[in-house]
Design a protein around this ligand. Structure first.
Ligand code: ACO
Length: 431
């Protein structure tokens, strides 16, 4: 009997099966041979929300949730946040290795030559209401990009895919900035390709009334760090949505638009917006104990937003880096008064049995909103600031999925619990 195997006895039949173990997994399809009789379809695995199901093999991002470790292509997130730039990290995630100087220059040039969007995109965005949510605008506009690049349908061409990856990374800040300007009733600012990725984005968002408006370098640096921290996070909800849509061989714009809509939800990227609203609702440190009581009330509907994670059962390493970055930003912008509430909320929660027993720690979204707010971004724009850098992760995961011979169109099974065959009853005969 092979050592890397699992022996299973089906007590319905008394039969024994040997299932191979590879990378700590059994293949769910190997269960299918286990049948209670000739008519039986075969055993399946029931796993709502993929709690214990690996959907792919991936070489991009490693997470050890118990130890609080996050690595991109083997490089610890803390080192990348300290030393790297978002575009260097994008190159790393796409190519597997850090670039040398000329590779980085070439890659940066390829991104900056794709930052403009077709003029009709502006007309498209003008159609949104003044109060349209920035995530709705971003998702719809990215989906619309596929109509501007019909070649993107050719997902079996590596060269064509590569071009769309570059376009998506390059155009995302432009589209997000146009959405912001639309909400504010301000004219759109075109990209300035002499600026770095983050500085160009901030200029497109904030520049007003000055020819050479420039963001404070400390704020550019802080957003650069936030972009690096958000670049990828293996098989999260939005990445899975991107992979699933991409598995039907839809073009990358349509797949990434699905990723954006998945990110929008408050249990995922939308949590950064929800945290800020929660901190405002708490309003004062003295109200924290009452708020925590409501969170713990099983009959209530309150959650401690920015806490908890499917994978991290320890402090989210990204939250640690962001907490440190807060100080540098607040030195320039002045302290966000909500910081004191957040720090006290964390302190109280981390001593409370409810959170300790469930291993609930601050996640990436707990402190990021405080920085975004201090930088003058409106709350409903926060998740755009997550979507821009995560585009790198989405396109890399799309690429990995489409190049993987193990992958097929995503199509889970179900356990049917409804009515079986019955005869149609004419409407006048129904009770
Ligand atoms: N506040 C209060 N209780 C919580 C929280 C929270 N934030 N998170 C989890 N719990 C409780 C659950 O009620 C559950 O309790 P129970 O065992 O008594 O039923 C237990 O902890 C386990 O939680 P699950 O919901 O099973 O954990 P799951 O892995 O399904 O959910 C999630 C993870 C969605 C992140 C959850 O922790 C949550 O809703 N957090 C708040 C929203 C948030 O911050 N999302 C951002 C996540 S990071 C990201 O996506 C970028």
């Amino acid at each position: 009997m092979a050592k890397d195997s699992l022996t299973v006895t089906d007590n319905r039949t008394g039969k024994t099966y040997e299932l191979a173990i590879d990378n700590g997994c059994i293949r769910a399809m190997d269960l299918r041979q286990i049948k209670s009789g000739a008519e039986d379809f075969g055993l399946m695995a029931y796993d709502p929300a993929f709690l214990n199901t690996a959907n792919c093999k991936s070489a991009i991002t490693f997470i050890d949730g118990d130890k609080g470790i996050l690595e991109y292509r083997g490089y610890p997130i803390e080192q990348l946040a300290e030393h790297s730039t978002h575009l260097e990290v994008a190159y790393l995630l796409m190519n597997g290795e850090l670039p040398n100087k000329s590779q980085l220059e070439e890659f940066t040039a390829s991104i900056t030559t794709h930052t403009y969007v077709h003029e009709n995109i502006k007309g498209f965005m003008d159609g949104f209401r003044y109060d349209a949510h920035p995530m709705s605008m971003l998702a719809s506009t990215v989906a619309a990009l596929s109509s501007f690049y019909p070649e993107a349908k050719n997902v079996r061409s590596k060269e064509v895919r590569r071009r769309q990856m570059i376009r998506l990374i390059a155009k995302m800040p432009t589209i997000a900035a146009f959405g912001y300007r639309h909400s504010q009733g301000l004219p759109y600012i075109y990209p300035n390709n002499d600026l770095g990725y983050v500085e160009n984005f901030l200029t497109m968002v904030k520049s007003i009334g000055k020819q050479n408006w420039r963001s404070h370098p400390a704020l550019v640096k802080a957003l650069e760090i936030l972009f690096i921290l958000h670049a990828d996070h293996e098989q999260n909800c939005s990445t899975t949505a991107t992979r699933v849509v991409g598995s039907s061989e839809a073009d990358p714009y349509s797949a990434v638009a699905a990723g954006i809509t998945a990110l929008y939800g408050p249990l995922h990227g939308g949590a950064n917006e929800a945290v800020l609203r929660m901190l405002r609702e708490i309003g004062d440190k003295k109200n924290i104990p009452e708020f925590i009581k409501k969170v713990k009330d099983k009959d209530g509907d309150k959650k401690l937003m920015g806490f908890g994670h499917r994978v991290y059962k320890n402090y989210d390493p990204r939250a640690k880096v962001i907490k440190k970055a807060c100080d540098e930003v607040f030195e320039v912008t002045g302290k966000n008064p909500l910081l004191d509430i957040a720090v006290e909320l964390e302190r109280i929660a981390l001593q409370d049995d409810y959170f300790v027993q469930r291993k609930l720690y601050p996640n990436v979204d707990f402190y990021s909103g405080l920085i975004y707010e201090a930088m003058g971004f409106p709350v409903d724009f926060f998740t755009n600031l997550f979507a821009i850098p995560r585009t790198v992760g989405w396109v890399c995961q799309f690429e990995e999925m489409i190049s993987d011979n193990d992958q097929k169109i995503a199509r889970p099974r179900q356990i049917f619990t409804g009515q079986r065959k019955r005869d149609y009853v004419a409407i006048e005969k129904r009770g």
